[in-house]
Design a binder for this molecule. Structure first.
Ligand code: ASP
Ligand code: MG
Length: 405
């Protein structure tokens, strides 16, 4: 008799047949005597479709009205899922985020959860019902509907699991779990039985996007152990949990390639205190995220100058270039060079903390493949390099073969 939170993403509830399948799975657990809370996303494509409708009317619609609109996507799914369970003879009640007691701040379209008071959920579970909660949404203390940012149903599930002290939290999706690399690009990639929160966060932020990063951070903070698994079969998935000693035995857990970065280089920036601060303050004020930064002192004659390179998300490239152009008169660099044809290739593993020589081996493999390294960055559990995009996939396969398989 466990209390289980199950989350089904948009692909798992893509049409009425899939919703009926979800209902069958939920019914099995319910018949076993488990208490089940189901969190669902909008059906696949529904949220995007609603956004497109609004943008058809106005390029920058009011964020409050966007929340009002987008919250309807999940509301369709909760009702349909309840109806599918009723058809199987299983008692079920659907609840909006607000009805489930999810209270958020007032930042429309990317609200943060303040607290959860799941009184209604407890009462319904106690009465023997399956409870179906709309993902991705909540309500402010003043009663305004909010949403939690794209992919936010994951957060609803993790946060509810924490608030309900659930025994199990299952995130159902259309893949079997977390892989050592993107299986579409690396046929040898293997499903992982377990992974630590930190490794999962690195892999999520590196483009192996299985889950919303904020939800993984939340799970880490509140120590919610969860399983990522497929709604299309009964295979066990990947358990995501705190790092254990045995995890350190594996040096590299996964390899990933992020094709969504672009690089900017400022040539001959005056080498004086405060210059980098001014540049990155302006970039930050424009809400542009910077990932890697590299600075090279040029040892020529004349006024000391440096070349400064950094990477941003590709969609932010033009905006970043504009910000830098505005700074030219006050900072006085020579030129801006941009490059969109880069890939960020990374190896990730908590085992790196206790193993040496990992970077050397990585660079050796890349050298053998004839790959030139443009930028390097490291953390305790990750080494990333920026390389030519055209060589990204073959280089990723080589690293996977050398470290993982
Ligand atoms: N329906 C929302 C989205 O598409 C939330 C979710 O799917 O988790 O972003
Ligand atoms: Mg989703």
């Amino acid at each position: 008799m466990a209390l289980i939170v199950q989350k089904y993403g948009g692909s798992s509830v893509a049409d009425t047949d899939r919703i009926k399948n979800v209902a069958k799975r939920v019914a099995q657990y319910h018949q076993r005597g488990d208490r089940i809370v189901v969190v669902v996303s909008a059906m696949r494509g529904v949220t995007d479709g609603l956004i497109a409708l609004a943008k058809n009317i106005a390029p920058l619609p009011s964020e409050r009205e966007m929340d009002m609109l987008l919250a309807t996507g999940e509301q369709q799914t909760i009702a349909l899922t309840a109806i599918a369970l009723h058809a199987l003879g299983v008692p079920a009640v659907s609840l909006t985020g607000a009805q489930a007691g999810i209270v958020t701040d007032g930042v429309h379209t990317k609200a943060k959860i303040h607290n959860i008071t799941p009184k209604a959920v407890h009462e319904l579970l106690h009465a023997g019902s399956v409870v179906i909660v709309a993902g991705f949404q909540g309500e402010t203390r003043e009663g305004q509907i909010t949403t939690l940012g794209r992919g936010g149903s994951d957060l609803t599930a993790i946060a509810l699991a924490a608030a309900l002290k659930a025994d199990l939290c299952q995130i159902y999706t259309d893949v079997d779990g977390v892989y050592t690399a993107d299986p579409h690009l690396v046929p040898d990639a293997k499903k992982l039985n377990e992974i630590s929160y930190d490794e999962m966060l690195e892999l999520a932020s590196l483009g192996t996007k299985v889950m919303q990063s904020r939800s993984v951070e939340f799970a880490k903070k509140f120590r919610v152990v969860f399983e990522v698994r497929s709604s299309l079969n009964d295979n066990p998935g990947t358990i995501v949990k705190e790092e254990t000693k045995s995890m350190e035995g594996v040096v590299v857990r996964g390899v990933s390639l992020d094709k969504n970065q672009a690089k900017l280089t400022l040539v001959a920036v005056p080498d004086q205190p405060g210059v980098a601060a001014r540049i990155f303050k302006a970039i930050g004020d424009a809400a542009i995220n910077v990932d890697m930064i590299v600075q090279n002192i040029s040892h020529g004659s004349g006024t000391p100058a440096t070349d400064l390179s950094f990477t941003v998300d590709k969609p932010d490239l033009l905006k970043a270039k504009q910000v830098l152009e505005n700074l030219k008169p006050t900072i006085g660099y020579q030129a801006i060079i941009t490059n969109e044809n880069i890939g960020k290739l990374s190896i990730v593993g908590v085992g790196m903390k206790s193993h040496s020589g990992v970077a050397g081996k990585m660079f050796e493999v890349l050298a053998r493949e004839g790959v030139n390294i443009d930028m390097i960055s490291t953390s305790e559990i990750k080494i990333s390099v920026v390389i030519d995009l055209a060589k990204g996939e073959s280089a990723m396969k080589a690293l996977h073969a050398a470290f993982v398989s």
